[in-house]
Design a protein around this ligand. Structure first.
Ligand code: BG6
Ligand code: MG
Length: 224
């Protein structure tokens, strides 16, 4: 029976509630250009890169032909400035309850920890959250060919940590994230509702409910 060697965590919506700020910042930006979208549509943006998110919003609102690429880049940059303003005071208090205990327990068991986020803000957020010391590797999205749902981010983490994909667990709150973990050949832990976490090997309703013993039990059955 194979032993678990690494866990690759998504960041936004898994370790901290920054996904709400992505939502608020996009809403603020697009309201300024006279369009809007709701929380339900926002689900389609989770785990999706900054420019792709903007494209999706414009398509959703029937405005995709109204902006040049240069204008889209400028507007996406503005959204990021708004987002950074919203999260500039991020501290360890913004971690979901139980995250530090989970990271410490993984460390005690010699299980490596990576962050597999598509966010270019990830290193700064991890610093603000004060969890750098627990993290063995943060995937650098600039070095990744394809974002989620492609497996590249998760495969890069396993390669750098020198463990096989089947020796890794991925933890995600986005539909495209679960797809990416499964495409990488890893065990997928989903955080969210059953319908959104379709394909996950085990699902928890919220990040605060993540339970390592239950995860390990399910993982070991999956490895058999
Ligand atoms: C993901 C979020 O983690 O990062 C997405 O779920 C976001 O909502 C993406 O668009 C990119 O983030 P950033 O910080 O590079 O704009
Ligand atoms: Mg996420």
């Amino acid at each position: 029976m194979g032993k678990l060697k690494a866990v690759v965590f998504d960041l936004d919506g898994v370790l901290t509630e920054t996904s709400e700020y992505h939502y608020f910042a996009w809403k603020k930006l697009v309201n300024e250009i006279g369009i809007d979208f709701d929380r339900e549509f926002n689900e389609n943006l989770k785990g999706v890169s900054r420019m792709e998110s903007f494209e999706r919003i414009l398509i959703h609102c029937g405005k995709q032909k109204e902006y040049t690429q240069e204008e889209k880049i400028k507007l996406a940059h503005k959204k990021n400035e708004m987002y950074k303003e919203m999260i500039k005071g991020i501290t360890p208090n913004d971690l979901f309850k139980g995250v530090v205990e989970l990271l410490e327990e993984l460390g005690r068991r010699n299980i490596k920890i990576a962050i597999g986020s598509v966010s270019r803000n990830a290193p700064g957020i991890i610093k603000g959250l004060g969890i750098e010391k627990y993290i063995d590797y943060i995937v650098d999205v600039d070095k990744i060919k394809q974002g989620k749902p492609a497996p590249d981010i998760f495969l890069n983490a396993s390669e750098v940590l020198m463990v096989k994909p089947e020796e890794c667990i991925g933890v995600e709150d986005a539909e495209v994230g679960i797809e990416a973990i499964k495409a990488a050949g890893m065990f997928a832990v989903g955080v969210g509702t059953e319908d959104k976490m379709y394909g996950a090997d085990i699902i928890f309703a919220s990040p605060e409910g993540l339970n390592l013993d239950r995860i390990l039990e399910a993982y070991e059955l999956w490895r058999k």
